[in-house]
Structure formats: C-alpha cells, structure tokens
Design a protein around this ligand. Structure first.
Ligand code: HEC
Length: 277
C-alpha cells in the first residue's frame, strides 16, 4: 500500500515536471522572447515592433512617416505590379497560382511542406508558379524577385503574420533556424541573438538595434528609398557586418532561419514594402 502511494506521488511529480519544466517548443520560445523585450524595452507597444529601431526614436519615426506618405520607390512598385499582372505565355497569371488571387496569403509563408520535407518561402512559391507555367524562374534574392514580391506581398498588407510550426519535420526545421540564430559567427564572433535579442535597443555605431519580433513583416525594404533589399539579402548584410561568410539565398540554412524569424512576428500586421535608412 505504502509503495503504491509512493508510486502515485512519484508519478505526480513527474507529471508536474512535464508541465512546469523548462520552456520548450515554439510557443514557449515566442512567449519568453516577448517577455524579454517587455522587460528590456517597456515603453514600446507590441504593435509598434514592426517599426523596429524606428519605434525607439520618435524623430526618426516622424521622418519615416513623412517618407512613407510619398514613397520614393513608387515607380519600382509600379514595375512590380506590371510583372505580377503580365500574362505568361500560356495566358495564365501569377494570381492563378495562389488562393484568393494572391490576396492575404503572404502572411502564411514560410510554411513547412511535409511532402518535400522542406521550408517553402513566398519566393519559392513564386518560382514554383513560374516553373509550373513553363516560364523561367527568377534569381532568388535579386532585384526582379524583389520588385515582384514587393508588389505581391503588398496584396497582403494588414494580414497578420501567421506562420505555423506543426509536425516533426516543421519542428526540426524551426529548431535548425533557432540554432542558426543563436550560433556565434564571423571574425567578430556575434550571433544574431547577440545583437537583436541581448542588445536590442542599444546602439552599434550609428544604428539602434531592432528586436527580432516584428522584423519579418515588411519585406522587401527600400533602403535609402531606392535600394531594394529582400529579407535574405538583409541576412547577408548582417553577416557581412560581423565578417562572417554569408550563406546563399534560398539555402536550407537561410530558409530555416527565415522560418524561425518569421514565426516570431506572428500576429503582427504585414506592410510591404517599407523605407529603411
Ligand atoms: C553586430 C550586430 C548585428 C548582428 C550580429 C546581426 N545584425 Fe541584423 N541588424 C543590425 C543592425 C545595426 C541593423 C539595422 C538596424 C536595425 O534595424 O536593427 C540590423 C537589421 C536587421 C534586420 C532588418 C530590420 C528592419 O526592420 O529593417 C534584420 C531582419 C536582421 N538584422 C536580421 C539579422 C539576422 C537574422 C542576423 C543573424 C544572421 C543578424 N541580423 C545579425 C545588426 C546586427
């Protein structure tokens, strides 16, 4: 009898551990990160995380709002719209490849494709569409893809980022992205975390560091108003800054990194494209 009781108590303890044990899984990761930023940057509202470093500097945010009301990249966006609307040789268009003609879909990317056993980004979906229609694919992180996705993603403005991590394959890809984010790299031995989590809000030379949450909701950006940069292009810039060797755009590493990074922006509204200095 006594022994039975001891077993029951032990089982109870074990179950208790399972509930209160260390943070595990994407939801807990994200909650821990939100808590971390709330403590570090208590004055910034969650919805303003999409503005990154601008949310920490009212003057810079004011200038940004002015620029966004007459964006210097509006001609580029028009070109993206033309690319999106131009019929393929078979008469179909990009809109035929996406539900709802491509409206309010971009926030579901990247997703994990169980059949292909890999992360699929929005750019991958654009290229699959070209391929399926007998057209030549676009170079992944380069200007034409940037212009096209600047317009195509703008069809999802206001949609909340909605990345799902479900199933073993998806979780493995997420965990790889997370490990990449935390791995120190380059001659300066920084990880993405060192800057965008541990030092968020701090200055590095003239730049204030944005938080990871909110970084993925507005790509591509026009840096300086005219220089188009895709999200994976930005990964490369950050890696070059710490003198690490950047990975290729569309590599498994960057796609997993994008998956992890974008998951953290879940619930925040999309807006594409945006200006950054
Ligand atoms: C040495 C510090 C440093 C490291 C390490 C670093 N970054 Fe950055 N990153 C910056 C600075 C500075 C900016 C520009 C200011 C800002 O928006 O934070 C930036 C901007 C960004 C942006 C754009 C934010 C926006 O809204 O425009 C993204 C996305 C980003 N970094 C992701 C990463 C990822 C992913 C890694 C790891 C591969 C990384 N960064 C590593 C310093 C760093």
């Amino acid at each position: 009898m006594k022994r039975k009781l001891a077993y029951i108590i032990m089982a109870g303890l074990l179950l208790g551990c399972a509930h209160t044990g260390p943070a595990k899984g994407p939801t807990d990761d994200r909650n821990a990160l939100i808590k971390n930023y709330k403590q570090m940057l208590p004055d910034i509202k969650f919805d303003d995380y999409i503005y990154g470093a601008l949310a920490m500097n009212p003057d810079a945010k004011g200038q940004y709002d002015d620029i966004m009301s007459f964006p210097p990249y509006s001609m580029d966006l028009d070109n993206g719209q033309k690319m999106w609307g131009k019929p393929f040789k078979n008469g179909k268009k990009f809109s035929s490849c996406f539900p709802n003609g491509g409206k309010n879909v971009a926030g579901n990317y990247p997703y994990f494709d169980n059949t292909a056993n890999r992360v699929v980004t929005f750019e991958n979906a654009i290229n699959s569409c070209l391929k399926a229609n007998g057209e030549e694919e676009l170079k992944y992180a380069e200007k034409q893809m940037g212009l096209l996705t600047a317009y195509a993603r703008s069809l999802s403005d206001g949609m909340k980022v909605n990345v799902k991590v479900e199933g073993a394959g998806a979780l493995a890809a997420y965990e790889k992205g997370k490990a990449y984010y935390a791995a120190r790299n380059g001659q300066l031995n920084f990880s993405c975390r060192s800057c965008h989590v541990q030092a968020a809000g701090k200055f590095i030379r003239m730049d204030q560091l944005s938080m990871m949450i909110g970084q993925a909701s507005h790509w591509p950006e026009f840096r300086g108003g005219t220089d188009i940069v895709t999200l994976q292009g930005r990964f490369k810039q950050c890696e070059k800054n710490v003198r690490a060797k950047p990975k290729d755009a569309n590599s498994e590493e960057y796609n997993n990194l994008e998956y992890y990074l974008t998951y953290m922006s879940n619930g925040l509204p999309m807006q594409t494209p945006v200006f950054r200095k």
